[in-house]
Design a protein around this ligand. Sequence first.
Ligand code: UD1
Ligand code: MG
Length: 456
Amino acid sequence: MKHRSCLAIVLAAGEGTRMRSALPKVLHRIGGRTLIDHVLSTAVAAGGVELAVVLGPDHDTVAAEAKRVAPGAAIFRQAQRLGTAHAVLSARAALENKPDDILVMFGDTPLIRVEALRRLRDALAQGAAVAVLGFTPANPAGYGRLVTDKTGLVAIREHKDASAAERAIGLCNGGLMALAGEHALAILERIGNDNANREFYLTDAVAIARAMGLAAVAIETSEDDVRGINTKAQLAEAEAVLQKRLRAAAMDAGVTLVAPDTVFLSTDTTFGKDVTVEPNVVFGPGVTVEDGAVIRSFSHIEGARVGKGARVGPFARLRPGANLGTDVHIGNFVEVKAATIEDGAKANHLAYIGDARVGAGANIGAGTITCNYDGFAKHRTDIGAGAFIGTNSSLVAPVKIGDGAYIGSGSVITKDVPADALSLERAQQTIKDGWAKRLREMRLPRKKDAEAAKKP
Ligand code: UD1
Ligand code: MG
C-alpha cells in the first residue's frame, strides 16, 4: 500500500477548570508523564509525522512542554473557545499542506492506543472521508451519540441536541476522529454553530461528509482508550488504567511482581530478565533495572539505574542520578542521589550518599553521611575501591577517600585520606571506674524520700 502522510492535531485549548488547579489540565501527569506527552508520543507512534497542537492564548507552559516532547510540533492558538471544529480550523496552515490523513486527538484523552489510531487511518486508506472512534460506555449521558443506518455512520448527535430516541443509542463518540486530508477543509468550513451550545462542533463533520456523498465509518474501541480527564478523580482513574497496562506489560516481559496492584510504574520503566519487585514499590520516570535485580518493599526509585543482581531496599530511596553497578546492595533507609555505586559496593543501612562515587567493593557503614551541601553549593565525595567507612561518619565534601582506606566509626572527615590509610577523628574516650554505681547510690535514697513525702 502507498505510504500515506499524516498530520495529528491535538486539541488542548480547554481551560480545565474542573481540575481546580493552577496547572493547565494537560500538564497533569499519569505514569510520570504529562497528559500532552502521552498524546503526542502516541500520535508519533501511530505515524503522525506532522504534529499540530492547538492551545489557548495563555498556555505558554503547555507550548513549552509540547516542544520538549515533539520539537517539530507546530503550535496554534485558538483565541476564543468556539468549539472543537473551530479549534481544528485554528491549525489551518497545517491543514493546507493537504496531508493524506488527519488525526484529531484531544490533549485530555491520554490513554488512546496506537492500535486504535491505526484502525482509524486504515478506514481512510479504504476510502472513508471521516472515521470516528466509537465506544459503548456504561453511562452514555453527556457523550455524542453515533447515529447509524444500513449505509454506515450518518451523523453524530451531541447529547444536548439529541432526541429521546437518539439518547437511547449506546454507541457514543469517543471524540477522536480521522479525516481525509483531501476533503478536510471543505468539510470543516461548512460546519456551523446552529446547536444548543452555539459551538462549532467537529462532530458535524459526519453529516456534512455524508451530504457531500462521502463515506463515514465508526470504529469501536474500549472505554479506556477514550477516557477523557476533566477532574482529579478522572485523573486517578486514568492512572489506574495506565498502571494496569504497565504492570501487565512488565509481567508479560518476565518481571516478577509479587503484588502487582501495589507497584507503581512509569511508562519508561525498563526491566531486564528475572527481576523481582516486592510489594509497595514506586518507580518514577527514568528507571532501568537490570537482570536479576531485586527491589524490596517500600522503595522509591527515580532517574536511576539498578545494575545486574543488585539488591535495593526494603525502604530505600534512589534519586535521580543514582547509578548502581552489578551486585550492589542498598539497604533500608539509605538514600542515594547523583552517585555512582560501583560493582559489589554495599550501603546496607541508614546512609545518605549524594554527589559521590563509591568504588567497587567499598563498604559504607550505617549512619554514613556525605555532607555534600555547605549551604551554597554542592560538592563531591569520592570513595575509593574497597574502602571501609565506619558507622556514623560524616564525609565533608569535597573530600576523597583513597582505595582500601579505613575510616574509624564516628569520624568527621574534612581532609583527603590516602589509599590504605586509617583515618580516625574522634574525642578521647574517658573511663571512670565505679562512677555509675556511685551515681545510683546518690540518687536512690533521694527518690525514696520523695515517695515518702507524697504519702499522706
Ligand atoms: C466531545 C465530543 C463528543 C464526545 C466527547 C468525548 C464534540 C463537539 N463533542 O465533547 O461527541 O462524546 O468529546 O469525550 O467534539 N477544545 C478546544 N477548543 C474548543 C473546544 C474544545 O481546544 O473550542 C478541546 C478541549 O480542550 C478538549 C477537546 O477539545 O481537549 C474536547 O472538548 P470538550 O469540551 O471536552 O468536548 P466534549 O463536550 O467532551
Ligand atoms: Mg470532554
